[in-house]
Write a protein that binds this ligand. Sequence first.
Ligand SMILES: [Zn+2]
Length: 150
Amino acid sequence: MALVTVFTFNPFDENTIVLSSPSGECIIFDPGCYLSKEETELKTFLNDSKLKPVRLINTHAHLDHIYGNDFIHRQYGLLPELHIGELPVLKAAEQIAQMYGVPMSAPSPLPEKYIEDGDIISFGNITLEAIFTPGHSPASLSFYCKEENS
Ligand SMILES: [Zn+2]
C-alpha cells in the first residue's frame, strides 16, 4: 500500500508529494521547498520515516514545483525527471523567478532522463503509469496507480 504525504511549500503554496512504499523507498514529486526550514521539514520527515528517495519527478516545471530540485539533488544525488516538453519551462524558471521577485537560490539541475506518456514507473511494490496531461503547462504529466485506482 502506497503512502502519500503532502507538504505545502513556498510563497505559492505548492504541494510537494512524497509517495512511499512499505519497502522504504520513495519518490519525491515536485519538491517545492524554498526556505531552509522547508528543506529541513522535508529532510526530517524522510529521515524519521527511514525513507530512501529513489526518484525525483516533476509533474511540470513551473518554478514553484522545482524550487527544491537542487536541494534534493545535493542531498540524495537525484536528477529531476519530467517530460521533455517541459525543458524550456525548466530552463526559463530562474529568469521567471527573478521577475516574480522570489529568486531561486540555485537553478535546477538538468535532467538526463525524460518521462513519456505511458511510461511505467516501478519502485518497491508500487507501479505508476505516466499520463501526458498538457494544458496547465506545455507537457504536464499525471501519474496513475492501477493497484490503488488513484
Ligand atoms: Zn504550475
